[in-house]
Write a protein that binds this ligand. Structure first.
Ligand SMILES: *Cc1c(COP(=O)(O)O)cnc(C)c1O
Length: 360
């Protein structure tokens, strides 16, 4: 198909006054813009019917495949208001590529990058008034795709619907950048070797909700998963990658197939190496974490992802006890890398890597 999206403008968009009120304190993922993008796919026909249309419920047959076998993937990225009043996306080409890789793992049709990127440009343009101008605010974009074939047989669907929606957001954690308390689960795994851990699919999240709820019961903000085989090495959090800081050295678990290859993770590694730090991608055990936190060798740890940027980890709890990292405050590298990343995203410092894609 051509890359033309047919625009059906919303007949009654949210009035400006109401929109401003909603955007004053949007929280995360509860306020949505006026429009959405949809593109359909069918075997033999390919991609068709690309629309920018009013955001609305999507009627669904009860036998729609996704409701039964969870063939669904998604992405998450942000449109940022830049210092000159424009709007930019951060490394959307990396999200497009990851979306294709997730589709490949879930035996789904792969959306061409031009359509993925085109859909986001169209959506941000039509809903430009929803991009917050506040310091911490941004327009969170959620592209996703699911199996729409009406069939209960177990096989890859012959039809898919791609949708992109947008949500103005403030800071992900209600507490801002206050250090996290994390719960290390020795009972549950997120992803096993050969499984779907490297795909951004809803199913991975479904399986993480119970361990996440247990983390909250323990007074923690997030769950940390260990490797499924030995429950010895740190994988990642439910939805964020993790780094350990040793002054002039950062350690992060390798992309072994059980963790999600985060765009933030990759960006942090690049910036850290350019700043002269050593970055080690290697298995990092919970025992090492604990010992180094207790000896003081570990200066900081942080979680990272698009939604939460870089967030320090202050306290670590598990079934056997708890420890704090360097007194529980935010670390120096965490702050430095976070500031540099945000400054690039906002256009406050130069974009040496071609990461920033202007939309407006
Ligand atoms: C999306 C996601 C991340 C972070 O990826 P970013 O591209 O940095 O936003 C980390 N872990 C999981 C499980 C994720 O789904």
């Amino acid at each position: 198909m051509s890359n033309d999206f047919e625009l059906r403008a919303h007949p009654a968009p949210v009035p400006a006054g109401e929109r401003e009120a909603l955007m004053a304190n949007p929280g995360f993922g509860r306020v949505f813009t006026d429009h959405m993008v949809t593109i359909r796919y069918a075997d033999g026909k390919g991609w068709y019917d690309a629309h920018v249309e009013p955001r609305a419920p999507i009627p669904m047959d009860p036998a729609t495949a996704v409701l039964h076998y969870a063939q669904e993937i998604f992405e998450g990225l942000k449109a940022y208001r830049t210092v000159d009043g424009g709007v930019a996306l951060f490394r959307p080409d990396a999200n497009a590529a990851r979306f294709r890789q997730s589709a490949q793992r879930m035996a789904m049709a792969q959306l061409p990058d031009e359509l993925f990127l085109g859909s986001l440009h169209e959506l941000v343009r039509v809903d430009r008034d929803w991009v917050p101008s506040t310091e911490d605010g941004s327009l969170y974009l959620r592209p996703f795709m699911y199996a729409t074939e009406v069939f209960l047989g177990v096989k890859p669907s012959a039809e898919y619907l791609y949708v992109a929606i947008a949500s103005p957001v403030g800071s992900y954690f209600r507490s801002g950048v206050k250090p996290l308390a994390v719960w290390v689960s020795t009972e549950y795994s997120r992803a096993a070797p050969g499984g779907t851990g490297a795909a951004k699919c809803g199913g991975n999240y479904a399986g993480s909700l119970l361990p996440q709820a247990k983390a909250v019961e323990q007074g923690c903000d997030q769950v940390v998963f260990l490797d499924a085989e030995r429950r010895e090495y740190v994988d990642e959090l439910g939805g964020m990658n993790v780094f350990f800081g040793y002054g002039d050295r950062l350690v992060t678990p390798p992309l072994s197939g059980t963790i999600l290859p985060g765009v933030t993770r990759d960006s942090v590694m690049t910036l850290a190496r350019e700043a002269g730090l050593t970055v080690e991608e290697r298995p990092y055990s919970f025992a090492e974490w604990r010992a180094d936190a207790e000896s003081g060798a570990l200066r900081e740890a942080f979680a990272c992802g698009t939604a939460a940027v870089l967030t320090p980890i202050g306290t670590v709890k598990w079934a056997g006890g708890e420890f704090t990292i360097a007194g529980g405050g935010p670390g120096e590298l965490t702050n430095r890398l976070r500031t540099e990343l945000v400054d690039i995203q906002r256009g406050r410092i130069s974009d040496r890597h071609g990461w920033v894609h202007r939309v407006l």
